[in-house]
Design a protein around this ligand. Structure first.
Ligand code: FES
Ligand SMILES: [Fe+2]
Length: 365
């Protein structure tokens, strides 16, 4: 930790009750030292959802991602095993796989043609004769821990961290009734937002507080008064009844059922479920005030006859997301102001943020 980062982290008091707590200080959202520390202490330790199982069904199927600054590739081997590697060539560090996804028989680096097998071992090093003390066997792609749960592929950079089941804890049984495996992936959308990744998560975790103000359309089909917020060890569940009839017509047409469930899992994974519908959100830090958010949409009825309905459903989510982007960018500008340091939390609404901030503190200190 750099000299000035320690005092910034320690200026948050994680022992306060929700009724007495303040938010994490503004410096946590604008300071480069905090951002750098998060890369190792948060994203370097947690299990992270990096993609979908349906992207890596067959031998050679792969996808790439940039996980808090680390290029990675996840690939299905010819032995059927799913593996993850740092997507960094052992020669001069170029990214070996250059597409966001695909199917490959080998991984060939575009820079000088070094070629790796699907199991990461180095197979070919063109024009490399005469190099002394060099063992191909010692120059395979560097592996990363990988596991799957539900529809999602997870990685963890920390060799000593507990396994994925322990990290997930009770969320597995809590989510089971939603039967996510019956839903089929439809489309991915991505956004880059001018805010710190924690602003996006905070906004997600305010217990519906902003919904009547920021999301008039969505808010018209949800029951603000009956919103519930439940903190568990490393995740928060928000839920609200869905009101049928009335409200915004476009939203009501695509957000049905009785209940909406919003799950957040530390640090950056969110599941938004309505009957027959799921979108997942991943918030990836790019810079202190820049975040990439990846949405994957799934539906129970995903066939030719339903495509128009699915497009309308995604369009409603995109409108909500744009409303969130606008307010998150506004918050980021405010966090950079000399007028603001910390704020208080609504006891009825903002318990999820309190959990998030305390988990962050535990990792960062
Ligand atoms: S950097 Fe990959 S072959 Fe040179
Ligand atoms: Fe929102």
């Amino acid at each position: 930790m750099t000299n000035h980062t320690g005092p910034i982290i320690r200026s948050y008091d994680p022992k306060q009750t929700l009724a007495r707590a303040s938010t994490i200080p503004a410096a946590w959202y604008v300071d480069q030292g905090v951002f750098d520390r998060e890369k190792t202490a948060v994203f370097g330790r947690s299990w992270l959802a990096v993609g979908r199982c349906d992207q890596v069904c067959k031998t050679g199927d792969y996808f790439t991602s940039n996980v808090a600054g680390e290029p990675i590739v996840v690939i299905r081997g010819s032995d059927g095993t799913l593996r993850a590697f740092f997507n960094v060539c052992r020669h001069h560090a170029a990214e070996v796989a250059t597409e966001s996804s695909g199917c490959a028989s080998t991984l060939r680096c575009p820079y000088h043609g070094w070629t790796y097998d699907l199991d990461g071992s180095l197979k070919a090093t063109p024009d490399f004769a005469g190099v002394e003390g060099f063992e191909k066997n010692d120059h395979g792609l560097v592996p990363i821990r990988v596991d799957t749960w539900s529809n999602f592929v997870w990685v963890c950079f920390d060799a000593d961290a507990p396994g994925l089941p322990e990290f997930l804890g009770a969320i597995v049984e809590r989510v089971a009734p939603l039967e996510l495996s019956t839903l089929r992936f439809h489309v991915r959308t991505e956004y880059e937002i001018e805010c710190n990744w924690k602003v996006f998560v905070d906004n997600y975790l305010d217990g519906g507080y902003h919904v009547p103000h920021i999301h008039k359309g969505l808010g018209s089909v949800l029951s603000y008064q009956n919103y519930t917020i439940e903190n568990c060890e490393r995740f928060c569940v928000q839920s609200t009844p869905v009101q049928s009839g009335g409200g915004d017509v476009e939203t009501a047409a695509v957000r049905g059922g009785d209940m909406a469930y919003y799950y957040w899992l530390y640090p950056n994974f969110m599941l938004n479920w309505y009957e027959g519908y799921l979108d997942t959100n991943l918030a990836w830090p790019i810079g202190v005030n820049r975040t990439k958010v990846v949405f994957d949409f799934y539906f129970a009825e995903n066939n030719d006859a339903t495509q128009a309905h699915l497009r309308q459903s995604v369009a409603v989510a995109e409108r909500v997301q744009q409303e969130d982007i606008d307010i998150c960018e506004s918050v980021q500008r405010g966090l950079g102001s000399r007028a603001y340091n910390t704020g208080r939390l609504a006891v009825r609404r903002e318990g999820g943020e309190h959990l998030f901030h305390r988990l962050l503190y535990a990792d960062l200190i």
